[in-house]
Structure formats: structure tokens, C-alpha cells
Design a protein around this ligand. Structure first.
Ligand SMILES: Cc1ncc(COP(=O)(O)O)c(C=O)c1O
Length: 385
């Protein structure tokens, strides 16, 4: 399929909010993507963590097709068996204290919901978030997201948000006061440069929250569904009171969710969503979860992630400052701007992401093969070595 005018048309008709790459993607299969010139790429971006099960999964495709022809939409005021099954499934997979689900459509919406639920539950207004944290770009989520480049054009921000340094318990505990409703953190900061949370720090934060009656929200929009070597990264950290998920939840169909403990209380009608929990997305999520479980994708992410990270660490390069990550969520921090290297990798058939100015971020589909990883490693060696 050729799309000769896609670039010109998108530039002409869409608001220019995305920093564009100069290719037109038309097709994907597994961990491969194809452009309109028929060129093949190894995907190390997964649409920023969406395509954990790979592209064009046939089981998910069939589930979507069948569900659309059965009942595609069903507003949350009516019960629906597919939504019921997904809610039960997610609760069964989540850490034990998370026993209720709120369904929405994106990561920002999940965060937005969690922030509102924290205020509704505690009757308090203040939220603590981490510097370099990323939680989305709707107004509530944006207030939690760190960074002038995102916030400045849209001031004033939602009041009540305070940022503290990540992995620094002392600073976080000093910022807590009587009005603190919640703390929101990513177990591994994605957009902020693939910065892995310190386990002792998370344990201390959990204990502090328990002591002070503060709700702990973990944002696993990017780390969720196997990416870090366990289904949820929090399994390697601590149980939250609310867990935000989205991106890869429904095999590529837009969906988000907040998993909540029994402590979370929200008045009827106070927070709802027209498309939240629509049967189409629920059917896709059920099919995708089946693939993740059957193919043991979290274990795969752990093994292949170690292999990939070790391979990168073995590259002799004076350009690399540090390689870090968890599972198949890996950041290569350079001593210089990473943009030109991301471009060179793409020209050589490897699609990667930036995470800040100096970090190349790798988020391949968890179905990526060892051979594909070897190609990624040899290309990285060529470009960075
Ligand atoms: C940790 C985290 N939270 C929230 C979001 C926002 O998700 P969405 O783009 O679906 O609104 C992202 C997106 O990258 C994310 O990485």
C-alpha cells in the first residue's frame, strides 16, 4: 500500500503537535514495521509502549471483529458480560489490595481519575509527584507531569501539586503535610530518561503513606503488562492503593484503567466516561491478556531484556555514559544529544525513541526474537561504537 501524500496531507490538515519522523508507516507484524516504500524496520518503540504483544496479533484482531459485530458499545449505566469478565480478570491479576476497577480510554485519563479519586477519598487537596515524572497532558495529569516545556504554554496549572526529587525519601517526607492526599510515582520513569526506581525508596514511601493515611498511586501506563519482567512492575516494588494502566492493556486498542483498593471511595456520577469499558476494548484486552499469559511475555521481557542490556553494555563506545533499565525498558544515556543517533538508527532500519535530550529509549514489543535483538545490537554497535 502506497501513501504518496500522507506527509503533505498530515502537515496541511493536522495541528503540528508531534515532532515528526520522516517516514510513513503503513503496516506491522510482530516486532516489524513497514513503510510506504516497502522498507522493513525492527520496532524498538512499540508506539511508546503500546504494542507489547506485537503488531497485528490475529487473536486480538478476531476478538475485535467478533465483538464489534456483537455489541461494540455499551455505556457503563448498563451491565455487560465482556466488561464484567475483564474487571474480574484484572482484579485477579493485580496485587491483592486492588479489588476494584475504573475503566477509561488513555493513560492521561487513568491518571486524571486517580488524582480525582485521591481527593474524593481523603477530602484533601495536595498531591506529591516526582521531578522528571511523566503522567500525561490533560490538565490534572499535566500538573503531575514534570517539565516547563509541557506546562508553560498552559499555565495556570491545577493547584495542589508539588514535585520532589525522584528516589530521594528525605525530600519526599519533608514535603508531606496534613493536606497531602496522595503520592504519584512511576516505578521506572519512562519519558524522564528510563530512571529505575530504587526499591528501598518505594518501601519507605509505602510505609510513610500507610503511617500518614496518604494514598500511593503508581503510574504503570508505560511499565505495565510485562514490560519490566513482571506483569506489573509494582510486583517488584510495593502494592499501591491505585494503579494506573493504559497503553498495552488492550493490545493496541485505546483503553485505560485505574485499579483501586477498597479504601478508594467515589460518589456515584462524579467521574464517568462514555467510552470507558466499552465491550470492544474489553474484548481486545481479554484477548491480549491471554496472549501475554500464554506466551509468558513478562518472563520473556526479563530474559531478553537482560540479554539486550548486557549486549549494549558490552559495546565499546566513548559516546555512552550509562545503560540502564528493567526488562525490555532500556535507556542508553549518551554524553551528547541522542536525536541524531535515533535518526541514524532509523535510517539503518531500527526504530527507537528519545527519553529526554540525551537518552535513546528502547521499548521493543515483548515478542521480539533473539535474532531481531542481535540485529538491533549490531546496528547500535555500528552507530555508537
Ligand atoms: C507513565 C505514563 N503515564 C501517563 C502517560 C499518558 O498516557 P496517554 O498518552 O495515553 O495519555 C504516559 C504516556 O507516555 C506515560 O508514559
Amino acid at each position: 500500500m502506497s501513501s504518496p501524500n500522507a506527509k503533505e496531507m498530515e502537515d496541511l490538515y493536522e495541528l503540528p503537535v508531534y515532532p515528526r519522523r520522516d517516514i510513513v508507516l503503513v503496516r506491522g507484524k510482530g516486532a516489524k514495521l513497514y513503510d510506504d516504500q516497502g522498507r522493513e524496520y525492527i520496532d524498538c518503540a512499540s508506539n511508546v509502549g503500546v504494542s507489547n504483544i506485537g503488531h497485528a496479533n490475529e487473536e486480538v484482531g478476531r476478538a475485535i471483529h467478533e465483538q464489534y459485530l456483537t455489541l461494540g458499545n455499551c455505556y457503563g449505566m448498563f451491565y455487560n458480560p465482556v466488561r464484567a469478565r475483564l474487571a474480574e480478570k484484572l482484579v485477579s491479576l493485580a496485587p491483592p489490595r486492588l479489588r476494584k476497577v475504573f475503566f477509561c480510554n488513555s493513560g492521561a485519563e487513568a491518571v486524571e481519575g486517580a488524582l480525582k479519586f485521591a481527593r474524593a477519598t481523603t477530602g484533601k487537596g495536595e498531591i506529591l509527584a516526582a521531578m522528571r515524572g511523566f503522567h500525561g497532558k490533560t490538565f490534572g495529569a499535566l500538573a503531575a507531569t514534570w517539565g516547563e516545556e509541557y506546562q508553560k504554554p498552559f499555565v495556570p496549572m491545577m493547584p495542589g501539586m508539588k514535585h520532589v526529587p525522584f528516589n530521594n525519601f528525605q525530600k519526599l517526607s519533608e514535603a508531606v503535610n496534613e493536606g497531602t492526599a496522595a503520592v504519584i510515582l512511576e516505578p521506572v520513569q519512562g519519558e524522564g530518561g528510563v530512571r529505575v526506581g530504587d526499591k528501598a525508596y518505594f518501601r519507605e514511601v509505602r510505609e510513610l503513606c500507610d503511617r500518614k493515611g496518604i494514598l500511593l498511586i503508581l503510574d504503570e501506563v508505560q511499565t505495565g503488562f510485562g514490560r519490566t519482567g513482571t506483569l506489573f512492575a509494582c510486583e517488584q516494588y510495593v502494592e499501591p492503593d491505585m494503579l494506573c494502566v493504559a497503553k498495552s492493556l488492550a493490545g493496541g486498542i485505546p483503553m485505560g484503567a485505574v485499579l483501586c483498593s477498597d479504601q478508594v471511595k467515589v460518589p456515584v456520577k462524579s467521574h464517568t466516561s462514555t467510552f470507558g469499558g466499552n465491550p470492544l476494548a474489553c474484548a481486545a484486552a481479554l484477548a491480549s491478556l491471554e496472549v501475554i499469559e500464554r506466551e509468558k511475555l513478562p518472563e520473556r521481557a526479563k530474559t531478553l531484556g537482560t540479554y539486550l542490556q548486557d549486549g549494549i553494555k558490552a559495546i565499546r563506545s566513548d559516546k555512552i555514559r550509562e545503560t540502564r533499565g528493567l526488562g525490555l525498558m532500556i535507556g542508553i544515556e549518551l554524553k551528547e544529544k541522542a536525536g541524531p543517533y535515533v535518526q541514524q538508527l532509523m535510517e539503518r532500519g531500527i526504530i527507537t525513541l528519545l527519553a529526554g535530550a540525551t537518552v535513546i529509549r528502547l521499548l521493543p514489543p515483548l515478542v521480539i526474537s533473539k535474532e531481531e535483538i542481535d540485529t538491533v545490537l549490531s546496528t547500535l554497535r555500528e552507530v555508537l561504537g
